[in-house]
Write a protein that binds this ligand. Structure first.
Ligand SMILES: Nc1ncnc2c1ncn2[C@@H]1O[C@H](COP(=O)(O)OP(=O)(O)OP(=O)(O)O)[C@@H](O)[C@H]1O
Ligand SMILES: [Mg+2]
Length: 576
């Protein structure tokens, strides 16, 4: 039976094999990259959405144009009515004096009035002509400018487009609100995208579905049965994609799988949590079509590919695997016997990794731009709870709270002195931008980690917010937002050293996992290693799967599952 090695990571998954002649072959995808993001996007199918087509815009434009014409006709009528009124009231006229009005004043006054009247009567025609030819047209121009307001075609078109996209957004958020991740995945109205396709679809149109990043992070928590099944399904789909790709590239079938496992699954407060996670992983692997499922601790797998010079040195090695969701550290001795066995001194793991750094950074540095501690009219500041819910994307309860917090955020906005930052939180709620913000955080981390140069800065592009934000990230801002998480990471390394009894001598420290690409993180962890330790780096993304492929090769070469070795070079191979 052939075994495929799969490192199903919180952030990234990779499959690989080791050939009989010890060639390590990662399974690559169309883009030549073996990294398959552990992400899924449950997207509403096109048929159930109404995309804003050109035809729909045109139809709406003509409708609006007709309304505009009716409006114009009414306005012209109004101008006419007001002009008639004006003419009636203002047309020059003269009043003929009546003798009865002048009895008291005597006839002299009457005669004077008559003379004025006759003079006025003389000029009346001219004044009426002037009124009609000059005053009335002037008044018409004034009334028209006051009453008539019609939009140009370009204005109508622009407004129609804006209106339609707003309506579409509202319609879709209302429609999506009837669903949530776990029933959408069961619904025929949705389809499932995985890996890079999932991330791209979410980034392009977050409102078209539900994004799940890091399914591995949910496995050990106490989940309702329907939730558990949803995870089995998603993970099963991802594993099946890797399996099928491996089979088509290698032209052979893989019925067994060797999966990495963290020492502690995220959310596992006890052994029961880890067992739950292993059961879900096993069910998912079966769903993907693997009949035999084996597990190896991730840092121990990485130890299997540590270079020979350590194996020969007789020194203790500490393997530090810092990934997206969990960090796992192992201390081992190389026994240097003919089987090249390793002796495991201690294995420690904790649910803290790159995702937590991203969340901490987003909270501290992006938070103020989305209404964290915004000044309220009464002098207080806004509560941070809403931001916390938004950014806790790996916490189902927090996400549900955030999804129901629309009114609360809108209320808070009314109380803010500056409504703009909290407006972005409202937009985050409306457009489901929570993951988008964390992707920005990750982007800052990666951009600033790729370089050893200090004081470098990076300008984050947060242009998905309608209200523009400019955010310059520096090494210092990263470091200060990571302080508490870095403390936890150092704690695990120290625990592992203490438990393995290796605090008193230099070790060979091997770093792996995506987070080990960060000089800031490496430096921080190196500071707690025993003095004079040697720091080495294994391939950040492939060391674990390379070790798993070593085990997979051993298992593939044994006759049947029952004859399989239970350990490979002293490293245990487990079943769920
Ligand atoms: N250049 C980089 N600098 C810093 N961090 C990086 C870099 N590239 C990737 N990362 C981070 O590494 C993490 C992913 O690492 P990795 O692929 O080893 O994790 P994983 O195996 O998926 O997770 P886990 O082992 O915890 O289940 C992510 O948090 C990612 O942001
Ligand atoms: Mg990993």
């Amino acid at each position: 039976m052939n075994y495929l090695a799969i490192d199903f990571g919180t952030t990234n998954s990779i499959a690989a094999i080791l050939t009989d002649d010890r060639q390590f072959i990662p399974i690559t995808f169309e883009n030549g990259n073996p990294i398959f993001p552990s992400s899924a996007f449950i997207q509403m199918k096109e048929s159930s959405a109404f995309p804003i087509t050109k035809d729909r815009i045109e139809a709406r434009f003509f409708q609006e144009k007709q309304r505009e014409e009716v409006k114009k006709r009414n306005q012209l009528d109004e101008v006419k009515r007001r002009l008639d009124e004006f003419s009636r009231a203002k047309t020059p006229k003269v009043k003929k004096p009546k003798p009865v009005d002048f009895i008291a004043a005597g006839s002299q006054a009457f005669l004077r009035a008559m003379r004025t009247y006759e003079k006025d009567l003389d000029g009346l025609d001219r004044r009426i002509r002037d009124f009609n030819e000059r005053v009335v047209p002037q008044e018409r121009v004034r009334l028209e400018s006051e009453i008539i307001s019609v939009r140009t075609d370009t204005e109508i078109l622009r407004q129609v487009e804006m209106l339609m996209s707003k309506e579409e957004l509202e319609r879709r958020s209302a429609e999506l609100r009837e669903f949530y991740f776990f029933n959408a995945i069961e619904s025929d109205d949705f389809h499932v995208l995985l890996g890079h396709k999932a991330i791209d679809a979410y980034v392009a149109d977050p409102l078209s579905g539900f994004f799940l990043r890091s399914p591995k992070a949910f496995l050990a928590s106490t989940l309702a049965r329907e939730y558990q099944f949803a995870f089995v399904k998603i993970i099963g789909f991802i594993l099946r994609t890797l399996k099928e790709r491996a089979e088509s590239l290698r032209g052979t079938q893989f019925s067994g799988v060797v999966l990495g496992r963290p020492v502690e699954y995220l959310g596992a407060n006890d052994d029961a949590g880890n067992r739950r996670a292993l059961n879900i992983m096993t069910d998912a692997a079966r769903l993907a079509g693997f009949t035999e499922v084996r597990f190896v601790f991730e840092p121990l797998a990485a130890a299997l590919v540590s270079p020979g010079d350590w194996n020969r040195s007789g020194a203790t090695a500490v393997v530090i695997d810092i990934g997206g969701g969990t960090s796992d550290i192992a201390a081992l001795n190389a026994l240097g016997n003919d089987r090249n066995s390793l002796e495991v001194l201690s294995v420690k793991g904790r649910r803290v990794g790159g995702n937590d750094l991203d969340q901490a950074f987003a909270f501290q540095e992006i938070g103020p731009s989305i209404g964290k501690q915004s000044l309220l009219k009464g002098g207080m500041t806004s509560p941070s709870e809403l931001i916390n819910w938004a950014l806790s994307t790996r916490d189902i309860i927090a996400q549900n709270k955030f999804r129901n917090a629309g009114d609360q955020i809108a209320d808070l906005q009314k109380k803010c002195v500056d409504p703009v930052p909290i407006g972005r939180l409202l937009q985050t709620y409306r457009d489901q931008l929570q993951h988008r913000i964390l992707l920005s955080s990750e982007e800052a981390k990666i951009k600033l980690s790729d370089s050893e140069i200090r004081n470098l800065h990076y300008d984050l592009d947060l242009s998905y917010f309608e209200e523009k934000v400019e955010l310059r990230v520096t090494q210092d801002s990263l470091k200060s937002s990571w302080e508490s998480e870095l403390g936890k990471l150092k704690g695990i390394v120290q625990d592992c050293l203490v438990q393995g009894g290796v605090t008193d001598r230099p070790v060979w420290a091997y770093f792996t996992g995506g987070l080990s690409l960060s000089p800031l993180v490496r430096e921080s962890l190196t500071s707690v290693l025993p003095a004079n330790s040697l720091v080495k780096r294994l391939n950040a993304f492939q060391a674990v799967v390379a070790g798993l492929s070593y085990v997979a090769r051993d298992l593939s070469r044994s006759g049947s599952p029952s004859d399989e070795p239970r350990e490979v070079r002293g490293i245990s191979v487990m079943r769920a």
